[in-house]
Write a protein that binds this ligand. Sequence first.
Ligand SMILES: [Zn+2]
Length: 115
Amino acid sequence: MSTGPNAGRKIPSRTIILGEPFRVELVPDLLSDDEAVSGETLGESHRIRINASLDTEKQWRTFIHESLHSGLHVNGYGNVSDSVTEEMIVQTLEYVVVQMIRQHGKQLLEVFGDD
Ligand SMILES: [Zn+2]
């Protein structure tokens, strides 16, 4: 059992996005089209893959980022916009979400609870 400073902060192996279950996999040296990437979403198979060589904070940031892609996929928006536009939208939302959590994380947890 891990007891380091990041114990309990491990990326979950599954998550629910807009009602749909997704598997989350930590993959060593993740490649997409032969390029090293932080993460990728395989929407059709409901899988999120995260590069295991990232540090914990980057893994969680990537988890948020890929969850946003997954949400767009579930809602069908992935077919509406081109991949460059989608990436711009998802990156912007990722920054907003991370900043919201940094500024207001405790209040957000109090209001929305931990499910
Ligand atoms: Zn992306």
